[in-house]
Design a protein around this ligand. Sequence first.
Ligand SMILES: [Zn+2]
Length: 491
Amino acid sequence: MARSRSSSRSSDSSSDAGSKRQWLFTRFVHSRIWHSSSKVDHKTAPNETSALLDAHRPGGEEGGQLKAAPEANSKTRGIIWGALTLIFIVGLVLLLFFQHLLVDSFYSWLGVLPRDPVLAALVILDKAPVIDGHIDLPIITRFKYANNASAIDLASPMPGHVDIPRLREGKVGGFFWSVYVACADPDEEGEDFINATWSVRDTLEQIDISRLLIEKYPDTFQFAVSTKDIKSAITHGKIASLLGIEGGHQLGNSIGAIRQYHALGVRYVTLTHTCHNAFADSCGFFDGITPLHGGLSSLGRSLIDEMNRLGVLVDLSHTSDETAKQALKYSKAPVIWSHSSARAIHNVPRNVPDDILRLVGTGEGQQDAVVMVNFAPFFVAKPGNATVEAVADHVEHIASVTGKQYVGIGSDYDGIPDTPVGLEDVSKYPALIAELYKRGWNKYELAGLTGGNFLRVFEGAEKVAKALQAAGTVPQYDLYEKRKDIPRIEL
Ligand SMILES: [Zn+2]
């Protein structure tokens, strides 16, 4: 216990530095605003003071009159001191009783955050916008518009939780477009997972519609495949648009497929959805399901090797606890939970339990990761109790176990039938930031939550991929043992 406490302290301080670095990046983006306001302070204050002093310098024009009329001088001095005293008293009263209004009116000049939580949230999000790990907009476009990009108007109100005006209102700087295809019916799929051959076709169609919509709105979206792309998009006022695949079943049991998905821009794969697949065990949905492999299969370990080599993030949302534990240990690169909350706050298999959260970090036996909190009411609280405060409870619980630098946001908007009170759509992220600000989170910690923590993890995976490729690591060629359609080659 002592060891884990001290390692958590040291990782806290190192990640504080990390959070500050991320904050500094966002400050860099807006440095001109901050610098221009501080320049005004320094330039004007001394000039006003010196003008006042010059007017009363002995030997000056007034000084000459003073010699001639000492009584008039004394009267003038009395008026000036009286006025100054009055200004001082008024200033003191304002400072004592209306500090809140003063700070919130001049926060940018004072270089501090507004005290009003909503105003503070907006200021923080202007510098560190939200990067959401999981948004299901592409599944809405499939089911409501048959993936016809010309029939979809993202600039007008959309039927779900996401459209451009609301993304802008919510201060979104980037999100993963979830390229989701449902698990096959178990009877149709068969126990060997080899019958649902449409999974790869449908995944390609979902990649296609995502990319078409990203291209359709070049003033809003910027396709992104790296941390460099995300930062560039945010710097230019665009919404970085990334692709994530929600289930290993969408690979058609083929490791070759991940290479081609990567080439099309996919940067995470959730190892499972609600069904087991050839690579790993799922946690199912509400009640959990009987394990098949006992975590990762040997093909699943090869898949992780290939994802590490390519720089595709391993996503552990939807996986069984055993899969998550094994993947955390096995992956050479940091991992994510693209949309999962805390099981200690609401006990469903889709949420992450504390014993797994304790494996997250930079200490011995830990792996760097970010748990991006899901807003789905049935994962947040008992029916009727899902609110923005309840979501904040999940964020705070995860942070209390892992440290604040390991939490992010993965709303699941457009993939959930209803939403928590106060977080009705993508325009409402500021409400969550305001709630956490009220609870004492500082701007560095909040900038980490909104996107900085995810950027650190993604950057970590990019570095691992670069190192593996530089070392000449060969691609994985393992075949799923149940496939009979291609010959085995003995090497
Ligand atoms: Zn999901």
